[in-house]
Design a protein. Structure first.
Length: 467
């Protein structure tokens, strides 16, 4: 009896037998996307699939590979007998050559893509139920860089990046929100009057309720005449400016010790007691009244006629400058009789009158405000960078959002397909199992053996004698 050379891999240990080889680390992972599966299966070489069940999925994998190399599907005797009973005992696999291994044991599902014998000998090893059970895979590129819509309490979208197969997808999330923004340029809001002293604040509604604005650089002691000052809100943000003008009030507080020379009219005032006249001492026209007129003569032989009077303003304040007249009395104003050139030989009148003393103070501010109004806009707001959770979920500000296209991401499933590559040990494991393709040692192993070991046989040959 021929001995079986075929060595079934121990369940769950095919990948575990691989270790780093020299300076060439082993790349391992799980198949999670359709594009990833297609990329791996289209690696040049020969595909060998050992499966406990020859299913349509197994032949689908062989179909993915058939463009770049031959495919073989290996089944045990019990599965081969089932296949022999199909198609009137003339079953042939799609896209692959079916071979029967000489064992009744149910094997671990494993597959190899082995490079040509003159290749780099690294190959790819697959392990898991995904070799014969259909997998639901995301149709995503790996790595992934794409925009997707997000579904949740708010409308939004996310830029997703990372590797679906490595399970490290992240999403930069933007959500549409209705927010308040200020206009770019200030517009006229209104004009206001504030009694002095003023605290430089304005209570206004710029579109979203009353708020307090503050005038920068305002000085309560400064008299403004149309200056512009900047305006800020409660947060210190510049929102516009005001044009400010001060209103002042002058109050007479008495008579000063400064006087002005005022020339009067020509005439005979001594015959007109209570005479009134107007004069401007520099602060605007005022009305004055002459009372208690007195006359006397002065000069050589008394040829000059002089006169004096008390001078009052319309408020009854004594305003004349005191002096001693020729009559020896105190007078508060005087007039010249004869000899004044501007009156010829008529009577000329000239008075010295005290100016008033004023107190000037600011009573109010007139303020015209130009500010940037508030308006509502709906726009995308960046919320941050978040991990994509299983099922394509993202948690943003306590709310859960979903990305429908990633619903299968990291979804729990009993069907898995793991892989390892980039190590020559993969080809070594394939040879130890007795695969002919890719083996450099089989000839040496069989050299000198009197009775060759039993090899896998074509399904058609097994079906003729299914024992």
């Amino acid at each position: 009896m021929k001995r079986a050379f075929w060595a079934l891999p121990l369940a769950g240990l095919a990948l575990a037998q691989l270790t780093n080889f020299g300076n060439m680390p082993i790349t391992q992972g799980s198949v999670t996307t359709q594009s990833q599966l297609e990329t791996l299966m289209r690696t040049p070489g020969t595909l060998h699939i050992l499966t406990p069940e020859a299913t349509n999925w197994s032949f689908y994998l062989a179909n993915l590979h058939q463009r770049v190399g031959q495919s073989y599907v290996y089944v045990t005797k019990p599965e081969a007998r089932r296949l022999c009973s199909l198609a009137n005992g003339n079953y042939t696999g799609n896209y692959a050559i079916v071979r029967v291994v000489p064992t009744e044991e149910r094997p671990q599902a494993v597959a190899f893509i082995l490079p040509p014998t003159d290749g780099d000998l690294k190959g790819i090893l697959f392990e898991g139920e995904g070799i014969y059970r259909e997998m639901v895979l995301l149709n995503l590129p790996d790595p992934l860089y794409a925009w997707y819509s997000v579904v949740g309490p708010k409308v939004g979208r996310a830029y997703v990046y990372g590797s679906p197969s490595a399970g490290n997808l992240r999403a930069r999330v933007y959500l549409r929100e209705t927010t308040w923004v200020r206009d770019t340029y200030p517009s006229l809001i209104g004009s206001y009057t504030f009694a002095a002293p003023w605290n430089a604040s304005l209570q206004v509604n710029l579109g979203r309720g009353e708020e307090t604005l503050w005038v920068q650089g305002y000085n309560a002691t400064t008299t403004y005449t149309g200056q512009q000052l900047r305006v800020v809100d409660a947060s210190g943000q510049d929102v516009g400016y005001v044009v400010i003008t001060s209103q002042v009030q002058r109050t007479v507080v008495g008579v000063s010790n400064q006087y002005a020379q005022v020339d009067g009219v020509c005439g005979d005032l001594w015959n007109n007691p209570g005479h009134t006249f107007q004069a401007d001492l520099g602060d605007g026209p005022e009305t004055f009244i002459l009372t208690n007129l007195q006359l006397w003569r002065e000069g050589l032989f008394g040829v000059l006629l002089r006169g004096g009077a008390d001078i009052y303003d319309s408020a009854g304040r004594l305003r004349g400058v005191p002096y001693i007249g020729g009559d020896g009395r105190v007078h508060y104003g005087y007039f010249n009789l004869y000899g004044a050139s501007w009156c010829g030989f008529n009577t000329a009148y000239s008075w010295k009158i005290y100016r008033l003393q004023y107190d000037t103070r600011k009573v109010s501010e007139s303020v015209t405000l130009y500010a940037r109004r508030w308006r509502q806009v709906t726009q995308e707001v960046y919320k941050g960078d978040f991990p994509v959770l299983p099922g394509g979920r993202v948690v943003v500000e306590g709310d859960t959002y979903s990305i429908p296209e990633l619903a299968g991401y990291l979804a729990s499933s009993s069907v898995q397909l793991r892989y390892a590559k980039d190590s020559p040990l993969i080809s070594y494991l394939a040879r130890q199992m007795g695969l002919e393709e890719g083996s450099l040692t089989n000839n040496r192993l069989l050299a000198g053996v009197a009775t060759p070991p039993e090899r896998p046989k074509p399904l058609s040959a097994f079906c003729q004698n299914p024992r």
